[in-house]
Write a protein that binds this ligand. Sequence first.
Ligand SMILES: [Zn+2]
Length: 191
Amino acid sequence: MNTINETTSNNYIEICPGCLACYNQGRLTFYWFQINKETTLEQIQKAMSIEEIHKKAKTPHACGGDEVHIQDNDFGGGEYMLAEELFGLVQLLQLVPNFDYVRAFKDVFLMGDELDVNHEPTQAFEEFAEEVTTFTSRESEENALEDRFVDMFEISDHLYPFINWREVREYMLQDLERAEINGVTYLWKSY
Ligand SMILES: [Zn+2]
């Protein structure tokens, strides 16, 4: 487990794009690519192209392959993440106002590490960590939004049939940031 102190310099996430054909032929053709807040979709697409992988790995493109897979990554992502999905993470990184938040996402939420209280996380980090709610299904997310609305406005049961729950959910999402990563949805208060 990484402690907070050890990760303070990592203001990025990393992927390791590799050639699937080479891999299947018993050859590791890959390289590490860093993604930060400034990375564009085009840069990610290029980084994940079969030509770029062979070039960076200094391996001739003799395998004839055209399939790319993410051989490794440093944030618990999947093997077949698309460039668009990875760019979604960039957009997520752009949303978070300071580095504490990036760290919170990467280490605590994406990697599932525990918050190490001995390192006295800053106030912003603590507030953020406490605020984020995670959901593993659409249904649980929707239920939570509806429950919050019911609590907030003290809605009584007999009004339920007259409520447009879809609008309620949209209303409740207005003040929240939302990100979906590998099937998990993260909600937190926007600033
Ligand atoms: Zn190859």
